[in-house]
Design a protein around this ligand. Structure first.
Ligand SMILES: *Cc1c(COP(=O)(O)O)cnc(C)c1O
Length: 344
């Protein structure tokens, strides 16, 4: 049978109300890509779960198919979210598919080009606010409490339900849960979903390494960060909505939550790209964390490790192009080409 999306594939494991009316873009079913070079380096079996290959380019589509399907089923006509970018693009796409109005609030000037363009392309009404993601979230929570507009941020429980499916897919491919799961942590919906998913699926439990950016690491510091800063804009969040659950997931799994610098994140992004997987900066945080921990003696030899790469590199092209000179320009001339390429 051809693939029909996550609710069709895993609906029996998802706690969605009976009124849910499936809206799908055939999200999920993303590849678990073996990484032979990184595996050799760490002496482990390392895989990337490449969530950038979802319909709108990030894992947010897993939760959004569930949240929008539920909202449509109960008669909602408008959805709203606060977003660092990927939630906005995803909400806009699923709302468009369902024929709903979508409104997205983003922090002024802090959203990567590919994400903003996506939200606009799918027809969202995009509003910038003179504040942070956390401020935007406070505002959308208030408006959804006072109006019939449906909230599709990950405090919406159906987002978490949908996002559990990545844990199911990993278990289905590997036959069991991996030993370690490394992933970025921003608002902490995803780490919460993975942990719930692995527990529910009963194919074993991974230890979880959650990774924040050093300039935006409330769960490592133990207190909210007033002005979070990092080039990894998708995890530029100072007050994670599901912070408690993230800490619980790390603790119960016998794992941990750590912070890495922006340099370490960019370096991990380059390493992934050098093995053929281009991800946006936040998505490289999981690998950056694994590298940082290994340097301190953390040993994954002989283990199965899954690094979750949450969003596609194309979302944030300027991070790459700004650090490169523009390509060489030559005349349409064979010798000019050989001058540049060399004779090899
Ligand atoms: C949303 C997002 C994250 C953070 O996920 P949380 O559920 O907020 O912790 C990480 N990476 C990318 C690419 C994202 O879009």
């Amino acid at each position: 049978m051809t693939y029909q999306g996550l609710i069709h594939r895993y609906g029996q494991y998802l706690d969605l109300p009976a009124h849910t009316k499936t809206i799908s873009l055939l999200e999920g079913n993303t590849p678990l890509i073996p990484m032979p070079r990184l595996s050799r380096e760490f002496g482990c079996e390392l895989f990337v779960k490449f969530e950038g290959l979802n319909p709108t380019g990030s894992f947010k589509d897993r939760g959004m198919t569930a949240a929008v399907s539920e909202a449509v089923g109960r008669g909602a006509q408008t959805v709203i979210c606060a977003s660092t970018g990927n939630t906005a693009a995803s909400a806009a796409a699923y709302a468009a598919r369902a024929g709903l109005r979508s409104i997205v609030l983003i922090p002024e000037g802090k959203v990567a080009a590919g994400k903003l363009a996506g939200a606009i392309a799918y027809g969202a009404e995009v509003i910038q606010i003179q504040g942070s993601f956390d401020d935007a979230l406070t505002l959308v929570v208030e408006i959804t409490q006072k109006t019939p507009i449906a909230l599709v941020n990950s405090i919406n429980p159906y987002r978490i339900e949908g996002q559990k499916t990545s844990a199911f897919e990993i278990c289905d491919v590997l036959g069991a849960a991996p030993d370690w799961l490394c992933l970025p942590v921003g608002n902490a919906g995803n780490i919460t979903s993975y942990w719930a998913g692995f527990k529910q699926y009963q194919k074993g439990l991974p230890q979880i390494l959650g990774v924040q950016a050093a300039g935006s690491a409330p769960l490592v510091l133990g207190h909210p960060v007033e002005k979070p800063e990092t080039i990894a804009t998708a995890i530029r969040i100072g007050k994670p909505a599901r912070g408690e659950q993230a800490l619980e997931a790390a603790q119960e799994s016998n794992g941990k939550i750590i912070a890495v610098s922006d340099e370490e994140i960019l370096s991990a992004q380059r390493i992934l790209a050098s093995e053929g997987v281009w991800v946006e900066p936040a998505s490289a945080a999981g690998l950056a964390g694994l590298i940082a921990e290994s340097a301190k003696g953390f040993d994954v030899k002989g283990k199965k490790v899954v690094v979750v790469c949450t969003g596609h590199g194309m979302k944030d092209p300027s991070i790459i192009t700004e650090s490169f000179q523009s390509p060489k320009l030559i005349p349409v001339n064979y010798n000019a080409l050989v001058d540049v390429v060399g004779g090899a």
